[in-house]
Design a protein around this ligand. Structure first.
Ligand code: CP
Ligand code: NVA
Length: 308
């Protein structure tokens, strides 16, 4: 395993499976009330340049449950927000703490932080990727279906950080994934190229289509995400127009496998990317998915920080 978790693309299939196995064990321990503290006395610094509910709370509670503690470092309060370099921040934090989780805009900033820091760096979301969320999503899918064999996942909506990370994951694990997005909102070209390369080895099937019906047809899992991500608030009105016809509602979901499951990383905008009838209906597993952030991130912290 590498020092850092920056992208699902950096993980092998075996490493993804190990994270999911550890997640399952940590979830069981938590449900049984078994105390397990491999990170006793260790500290995770959490740098947030964007808002968060799930990521902040699940990392903070997660490291506490593993015996350590977290420092919340808002960009409004630390010198990084006033122009101190990433390299200086990385070197100094490496002398104080045992790991860094960062949520920011540019993937290259997270990569620079990790390259300079001596301690593990975890990507808590960038404009390009959201690896922690997709690990939780994979764990949730595995819990429900037992394995990934033969599954078709449909992602409908913006080709954003969630779509990109799901492409990497599907390509590593050999899943069929169909992305249904409007013209101009396709996933990142570089991600698609790398995912298609991985797919050649794993047998994954990757489809990008502008037809949402084609994307969801016979899918066992339907995923969507907001049409305007953090930092794109000014494009909201334009995006509402451009994404018309891409809402996950019961009509669209009617083309999926009848026992399909609906997933969304949250926060959701009911009436935009998803209809309330779907996200609040019997096929939705979004709260289990959110819970699993806790267990999968504890697994990641244990694997990266226990030995460091
Ligand atoms: N899904 C997710 O990352 O949620 P937050 O933005 O609340 O952390
Ligand atoms: N795509 C969304 C995910 C939020 C968890 C965003 O980047 O805002």
């Amino acid at each position: 395993m590498k020092k850092d978790l920056l992208s699902i693309h950096d993980l092998s299939r075996e490493e993804i499976e190990l994270i999911l196995e550890r997640s399952s064990d940590l979830k069981r321990k938590r449900k049984e009330g078994v105390s397990y503290q491999p990170l006793k006395g260790k500290c995770l610094g959490m740098i947030f340049e964007k808002s968060s509910t799930r990521t902040r709370v699940s990392f903070e509670v997660g490291i506490y449950q593993l015996g350590g503690y977290a420092l919340f470092l808002s960009h409004r309060d630390i010198q990084l927000g006033r122009g101190e370099t990433i390299a200086d921040t990385a070197q100094v934090l490496s002398r104080y703490i045992d790991g860094i989780m960062i949520r920011t805009y540019r993937q290259s900033d997270v990569e620079e932080l990790a390259a300079v820091a001596d301690i593990p760096v975890i990507n808590g979301l960038t404009d390009l990727l959201h690896p922690c969320q997709v690990l939780a999503d994979l764990f949730t899918v595995q819990e429900r279906f037992g394995s990934f064999a033969g599954l078709k996942v449909a992602y409908v909506g913006d080709g954003n950080n969630m779509a990109n990370s799901w492409l990497y994951a599907a390509a590593k694990l050999g899943l069929a994934i169909s992305i249904g997005c409007p013209p101009g909102y396709e996933p990142d070209d570089g991600v698609l190229l790398e995912a298609r390369e991985d797919a050649r080895g794993s047998g994954a099937r990757i489809v990008v289509t502008h037809d949402p019906v084609e994307a969801v047809t016979d899918a066992q899992v339907i995923i969507t995400d907001v049409w305007a991500s953090m930092g794109q608030e000014e494009e909201h009105e334009k995006r509402l127009r451009d994404f018309a016809g891409y809402q996950v509602n019961t009509v669209l979901a009617g083309h999926a496998d009848p026992s399909y499951l609906f997933m969304h990383c949250l926060p959701a905008h009911r009436g935009e990317e998803v209809a309330a009838e779907v996200i609040d209906g019997p096929h939705s597993i979004v709260v289990d998915e959110a819970e699993n952030r806790l267990h999968t991130q504890k697994a990641v912290m244990e694997l990266l920080m226990a030995a460091s």
